[in-house]
Design a protein around this ligand. Sequence first.
Ligand SMILES: Nc1[nH]c(=O)nc2c1ncn2[C@H]1C[C@H](O)[C@@H](COP(=O)(O)OP(=O)(O)OP(=O)(O)O)O1
Length: 163
Amino acid sequence: MIEATLCFPLRGHDAEIDCEVLLIEKRRGLGEGWYNGPGGKCEPGETPRECAIRETREEVGLEVTDLEKAGELTFLLDDEGHTVCHVYRTRSFDGQPTSSEEAHPEWVSVGNVPYDQMWADDRLWLPGVLEGKTVVGEFRFEGGEPLDEAEFVDHDLEWDVSL
Ligand SMILES: Nc1[nH]c(=O)nc2c1ncn2[C@H]1C[C@H](O)[C@@H](COP(=O)(O)OP(=O)(O)OP(=O)(O)O)O1
């Protein structure tokens, strides 16, 4: 199973109205053209937390610290484990988000996240993650590779788990 990560940097107050999340418009790879958090596949010998920090640096030039684990998501394709994705959030970072070949960064109000331009599963778990909850989820896709062209068929979610 592929091990991957997503990192959601947050800024502003906790109130939904003035809190923003840093999203990227992904320019290549899985989910190209869609919005997501910075992130990507873990390299051999790298912990998921190290991967989330490295991918955020490579994709948008931000140095994130104090990552809080917010979710563990398993994506199944045609009943086989395809990817496990470790989700983090943080309010600690240095630098200014900058575009790279892989990603175009954008601060978005947490009440205005473009779920219609994201993976179909994101609307089910990301709102809770942005509110500070923790989640474990399983998401089933069907229709063969690549995962981002498969059909999202169903899911299971468990909230407020310890990760
Ligand atoms: N169903 C899904 N919902 C979601 O929100 N993100 C998903 C997802 N399935 C995969 N991802 C994310 C997790 C991870 O950040 C990313 C993996 O994409 P890629 O395979 O393109 O990884 P990389 O950006 O590391 O690419 P390379 O640089 O080519 O290794 O896609």
